[in-house]
Write a protein that binds this ligand. Structure first.
Ligand code: SF4
Ligand code: SF4
Length: 80
């Protein structure tokens, strides 16, 4: 079954953590490892990403455009 999802590009993330605050589902957390720029990047929580509503609040909050949101779309056949 298709579901909404997000992608966080660790190359662009500056580790500001605004997205972790913005997500009403609390699906984003901070990594425990540094990225290539020496920042601690945001990562998708190991929690249930199926709860993502594709609201895009995380992406809109991100000052570095590091987050992309993919919204599941049902087709006539019920699949996407
Ligand atoms: S799109 Fe919405 S629900 Fe999904 S991770 Fe971003 S803020 Fe959370
Ligand atoms: S808001 Fe953007 S830059 Fe800040 S931690 Fe989240 S993904 Fe990284």
């Amino acid at each position: 079954m298709p579901s909404n999802r997000i992608e966080i590009d660790p190359i662009y993330c500056k580790g500001c953590a605004l997205c972790t605050i913005a997500c009403p589902q609390k699906l984003i957390e901070m990594s425990d490892a540094l990225n290539e720029q020496g920042y601690i990047p945001a990562v998708i929580s190991s929690g249930n990403l199926a709860r993502c509503t594709a609201c895009a609040l995380c992406a809109r909050m991100c000052p570095d455009a590091a987050i992309r949101v993919f919204k599941s779309v049902e087709t006539d056949g019920g699949q996407s």
